[in-house]
Design a protein around this ligand. Structure first.
Ligand code: UD1
Length: 339
């Protein structure tokens, strides 16, 4: 059986991807340092799929231990690299940590992969590389704009690192997936997002407020140039997003890629404002959500949503879940987390 190494595999997107990989017939080897995730996630994955993924508690900064993982699992055929720090605000406070964690880990992963003769890499990138696009929906060939945070910068630099190494002729080929805003949880409510401390992202903050853990949601700004004044994003269901990784892996392993590095937007193609999302959440859950309008949050861009045409046609991947079902899945997960 083909094994896929998933760094950050106990994290939010990583765990959902491990489930989809296993259900597509792959064996998953998780590498995670558990810095922002919990070992119990492995039990959740096992309950969904009936298969316990391999787990190695290893930090990708430790290249020796990373090499050992490849030696221990000689069937590894490809890598999906999720392991990274992802809090935009924290990255402004701790840039050194972000550059080291996100860039050194990537360098180690690529170095070890190429040394072990594993050429296929799927990399977690972000729509953050576009900044505020001039044209919406944004396509993959839109210009990359100056990053608004060290976190965003690590995604841009990571993409460049991968391109430079691939085009140097190294034995490496890669698919870069630019995620829009991942939300929701597995429909089984066995796995979902487990934010550390106060959530920075919108949907976990909404579900924690709805369940009474937070007094009120602050809507950051209602004076943007959008129809209702709040920011617009493209919210993508995390299971749909996970499935995009499976098709990307299959494309690399079947050598179907059109170029040694390919980039795909992974979004729904639909923009939703913060206020629309809050409204939809209240409608589908029947829970009243206390919220108030607050000042704009520094660093936020006004509006962005994907043109997912390339992923739809070339990868054969399309976002399927509705926003209603996705918000319900996030709510069900919050109810499980709070027992
Ligand atoms: C950011 C990053 C993205 C990254 C993601 C994960 C940018 C431009 N985007 O997404 O690359 O993958 O974080 O950490 O850097 N909001 C509120 N109240 C809240 C929280 C959020 O109104 O309490 C609003 C925000 O102002 C924004 C929207 O909700 O308009 C989404 O925010 P969030 O979930 O934090 O994601 P992004 O900032 O879009």
């Amino acid at each position: 059986m083909k094994s896929i190494l998933v760094t950050g595999g106990t994290g939010y997107i990583g765990s959902h991807t491990v489930v989809e990989l296993q259900q597509a017939g792959f064996e998953a080897v998780i590498v995670d340092n558990l810095s922002n995730s919990d070992r119990s996630v492995i039990d959740g994955i096992t309950r969904i799929t009936g298969i316990r993924p391999h787990f190695e508690q290893v930090d990708c900064l430790d290249d020796k231990k990373l090499s050992d993982v490849f030696r221990k699992h000689p069937d590894i055929k490809a890598v999906i690299h999720f392991a990274a720090s992802k809090a935009v605000g924290e990255s402004v406070q701790k840039p050194l940590l972000y550059y080291r964690n996100n860039l050194q880990s990537l360098l180690n992963v690529i170095e070890v992969m190429t040394a072990q003769g594993v050429p296929s890499l799927v990399f977690s990138s972000s729509c953050t590389v576009y900044g505020q696009p001039d044209v919406l929906p944004v396509t993959e060939d839109a210009p990359v704009k100056a990053a608004m945070s060290p976190y965003g910068n690590t995604k841009q630099i990571s993409e460049e690192i991968i391109r430079d190494i691939v085009y140097s002729g190294a034995p490496l080929k890669s698919i870069l997936l630019r995620y829009f805003n991942p939300i929701g949880a597995h429909p089984s409510a066995e796995i979902g997002e487990l934010p550390n401390g106060v959530p920075q992202n919108l949907v976990p903050f909404i579900t924690q407020t709805a369940i009474g853990l937070r007094p009120v949601l602050q809507v950051f700004g209602n004076d943007y140039h959008t129809p209702d004044g709040s920011c617009i994003r493209d919210y993508i269901n995390v299971v749909d997003l996970a499935k995009a990784h499976v098709v990307a892996i299959q494309r690399l392993l079947q050598e179907k890629a059109d170029a040694p590095v390919e980039t795909f937007n992974i979004g729904t193609g639909r923009g939703l404002s913060v206020l629309e999302l809050v409204d939809t959440f209240q409608k589908v859950t029947g829970v009243a959500l206390p919220y108030r309008i607050a000042a704009r949050r520094e660093g936020d861009i006004e509006q962005v949503w994907a043109d997912p045409h390339k992923a739809n046609t070339v990868l054969g991947w399309t976002a399927k879940e509705t926003i209603e079902d996705t918000l319900l899945s996030a709510w069900r997960w919050q109810l499980v987390v709070n027992g």
